[in-house]
Write a protein that binds this ligand. Sequence first.
Ligand SMILES: Nc1ncnc2c1ncn2[C@@H]1O[C@H](COP(=O)(O)OP(=O)(O)OP(=O)(O)O)[C@@H](O)[C@H]1O
Length: 234
Amino acid sequence: MTALAQPAGGLAIRSLTVSFADHGAGVIRALAGVSAQFAPGRLTAIVGPSGSGKSTLLHAMAGIVVPEQGEVCCGETVVNRLDERRRDAWRLANCGMVFQDFRLIDELDALGNTLLPAQFRRVRVSPELKARADELLTRFEVPQRAGPVARFSRGEQQRVALARALLLDPPLILADEPTASLDAGNGQRIAQSLLDLARAGKTVIAVTHDDKLMAAADHVLTLRAGCIVGDAGR
Ligand SMILES: Nc1ncnc2c1ncn2[C@@H]1O[C@H](COP(=O)(O)OP(=O)(O)OP(=O)(O)O)[C@@H](O)[C@H]1O
């Protein structure tokens, strides 16, 4: 383990470099030596133009993408040094993920999707957990409708994805464009919810192109061509 100064309970990344194979020329350098700290109690917005490496950074922090250089540190854990099985277990225990493409199971209804983390972590679906899932779906104004989420609008699906991310009350919330499919009112509510989660002590990190979410954030990290070009904490 490498000791790396970081906020207790938060996340620190140091000199992260990630490349992908370019099926033709050579490699695409998605991140080039990126370092930053993310403290509990704060909402961070990761911003920057399309293709600047925002999603890659979020996925590296979640242990989905493994950097060729650098470290992702959470407490004593250097996430990228874990093997794939342990990274998956670490992510399930610590991260609430909202993916850009939601990654819901189309055939399941909203409640079934929201309860998925319990299944993945082999947690019994107690009446209390089901009540929490219902409460989250109500909080995010997901219609109380039977039937598969495939029939939901994209905005409704996005809010189911957020409810699912929060089910097991994870300390880290990593959300990729969590307001992209929402109307202004819902977008504002979700931005406020993310801020409330931060104020409740979570480490909340959202990739976004949304000015309202950016304005709500305590900390704005700007990427360009795989490098940090702005790191503004308020
Ligand atoms: N799995 C992959 N294989 C090959 N190239 C990839 C892969 N994932 C990302 N890239 C490339 O890495 C670069 C950064 O991509 P990334 O998705 O992180 O950008 P982004 O800032 O999130 O973009 P957007 O705002 O459009 O979602 C891009 O050039 C992209 O094409």
